[in-house]
Design a protein. Structure first.
Length: 135
């Protein structure tokens, strides 16, 4: 007499391990890409804040007959610059440095440690430099 046993339904241990390994590989590929996108977004936010600050400095200077006097050392919290429409994100820290007829803006973003952004009015280019860089 032969008995017909129902086969056990389910996955073997090997099959489960293969699936876990595949998921791990996919996660190892996706996570660095996601983190790079976040860094890119932080850089874009900081650059946008720098350009906004430069626009406010230029607007202030236009109302002062082209002079940047009174702006040296002003920060993102400056009432002078905020009166000219300067708005920054909560993570950006800016300071204006004036030398004669020129100015530059140093910027830092909390989420970009070790990076300093520099905007010089003569070039209009924002450079991202290492920590400790100044105008």
């Amino acid at each position: 007499m032969t008995t017909n046993r129902a086969q056990d339904a389910g996955f073997t241990l090997i099959e489960l391990l293969v699936v876990m390994i595949v998921i791990g590989i996919l996660a190892a590929i996706a996570v660095p890409i996601f983190l790079n996108q976040r860094q890119s977004a932080y850089r874009t936010t900081a650059v946008t804040d720098m350009r906004g600050a430069a626009s406010s400095v230029e607007t202030y200077a236009a109302s002062q007959d082209g002079a940047y006097t009174g702006l040296d050392g002003e920060t993102e919290n400056s009432s002078l610059l905020q009166a000219e429409g300067m708005r920054t994100s909560q993570w950006s820290h800016l300071i204006v440095r004036v030398t004669g007829n020129a100015y530059c803006i140093e910027g830092r973003h909390n989420e970009l440690p070790g990076k300093t952004l520099i905007y010089r009015n003569g070039t209009g280019v924002i450079q991202i430099l290492g920590a400790g860089a100044t105008c």
